[in-house]
Design a protein around this ligand. Structure first.
Ligand code: SF4
Ligand code: SF4
Length: 439
């Protein structure tokens, strides 16, 4: 794509980066067919190519964001399916990040939108406050059907209820059982530790059982992804730096005992942490430490698959269940992790089922299902229908957002690590108790 930025504009490193990205796009439009919003809405401006044009026009002409640009860019899920499809390697992720930051700086959102975003950005990253908010929302949940779309989404989340704090999310070092074979830090996250404590508990049980010491670092918290996708750069950088400081303190040359990896169980967070080095690349103080942390970040399945020993599967208690594996967008498109979770589940004795249209987002995408409830609901319904076609006993995935979005009466969704923990000697996940004797 030809661009016409001036020399003055190109002195801004963010513009210079976006100009390079734009130049890679050859307008071929292959990405439109795999973009969930284009597939759902059929509007070129809700496709990657359409959004790229809108961003180019906005940045090249130094324009503040308009209502039209914001409408179409807000509808982007940041699922990154377009990046998997694009034959020219267009780095859409960093282009939309820049565009969102530009919107945040130049566009005055309507009061209700601004208010909702500010509340979400403040509440969700703080587990104690988020827990209280969910308890409040659960009280109001019976009124949800009479509420407008966005409030309905918030109430629906509240209806799931908040879980009490788990011991596993407190700062500590949890020793390996037997001979220590490795040492990792885990991200306990923010929303995940409120919505489903079983995930971190299963992770710690599994890791320590196989000889891995687990560090829950003091000062580590939200990865910053939520506010990052809202274009709130300062806030996301602060959250990223807090994590870099917390984990760096455990590295050997910083006086710690060393870390083999930083293990992440929410793929949405993993994509962001792996990008810390890029996010903070212009920060003289934090660029290098952030790049180091990014290099250590691994999804739990990525980490387990790279171990030089097999998981000790105790298959006698685990029936060969039919597991529909839902690959979260941040897992398959953001981190390009596709084989590892499926291989681990198969090796643990499960029958892994492929879901049609697996590349399409389920509509969760952080808080997208609250901010864009109509599109999110259409994508959820489509995904659930595709999952039902596989006739699974259970659905497994690697991201709490997808779990919340897809779980329903007839489709029970667990994290892959819960199945792996069970298969290696852990307890039966609660959602599977009805399938495993004694009932
Ligand atoms: S990130 Fe997803 S929703 Fe956004 S343009 Fe790309 S494919 Fe479409
Ligand atoms: S597939 Fe890639 S090169 Fe083609 S229009 Fe989409 S982003 Fe541009």
């Amino acid at each position: 794509m030809q661009t016409n930025f001036t020399d003055r504009q190109l002195t801004d490193p963010a513009i210079a980066q976006s100009e390079k990205i734009l130049r890679n796009c050859v307008h071929c439009g292959f990405c439109t067919a795999t973009c969930p919003t284009f597939v759902t809405l059929g509007d070129e401006l809700d496709s990657p190519r359409g959004r790229i044009y809108l961003i180019k026009d906005m940045l090249e002409n130094d324009k503040p964001a308009t209502e039209k640009v914001v409408r179409h860019l807000d509808r982007c899920l940041s699922c990154l399916s377009c990046m998997t499809t694009c034959p020219s390697g267009v780095d859409y992720m960093h282009l939309i990040d820049h565009a969102r930051s530009h919107i945040e700086q130049t566009y005055d959102r309507p009061f209700g939108d601004r208010w909702l975003r500010a509340i979400l950005a403040w509440v969700v990253p703080r587990p104690a406050i988020f827990r209280l908010a969910l308890i409040g929302a659960s009280v109001a949940a019976p009124l949800a059907r009479w509420m407008p779309g966005r409030l309905k989404g918030m109430m629906a989340m509240g209806a799931r209820g908040a879980q009490p704090p788990s011991w596993v999310d407190q700062p500590q070092v949890i020793p390996a059982r037997g001979v220590r074979k490795g040492r990792v830090a885990i991200l306990t996250g923010c929303a995940q530790q409120v919505l489903d404590t079983a995930i971190n508990e299963a992770t710690v049980r599994l890791l320590t059982r196989i000889g891995i010491e687990v560090v829950v670092a003091k000062g580590a918290g939200c990865c910053g992804s939520l506010v990052h996708h809202m274009g709130r750069e300062d806030q996301s950088h602060q959250q990223a730096i807090a994590n870099v400081v917390a984990w760096s303190g455990h590295l050997k040359d910083q006086g710690g005992e060393g870390l083999d990896a930083i293990v992440i169980t929410a793929s949405g967070c993993g994509t962001t942490i792996k990008d810390y080095g890029h996010m903070l690349r212009h920060d003289a103080q934090w660029a290098k430490p952030a790049a180091r942390i990014s290099a250590l970040a691994k999804d739990i399945t990525e980490y387990l698959a790279e171990l030089d020993f097999d998981l000790p599967v105790t298959a006698q208690d685990v029936p060969p269940l039919r597991v529909a594996y839902h690959s979260a967008c941040s897992m398959q498109h953001g981190q390009k992790i596709t084989r590892q979770p499926r291989d681990l589940l198969k090796r643990a004795g499960f029958e892994v089922l492929e879901i049609a249209e697996g590349h399409l987002c389920c509509g969760s995408a952080g808080v997208y299902n609250i901010l864009q409830p109509d599109i999110a609901t259409r994508l959820r319904d489509r995904k659930q229908a595709n999952i039902r076609q596989t006739q699974p006993d259970i659905v497994a995935t690697g991201n709490i957002g997808c779990m919340v979005q897809l779980d329903c009466d007839d489709l029970k969704v667990v994290h892959s690590v819960q199945l792996l923990d069970w298969a290696t000697g852990g307890p039966v996940p609660d959602k599977l108790r009805h399938l495993v004797p004694p009932f």
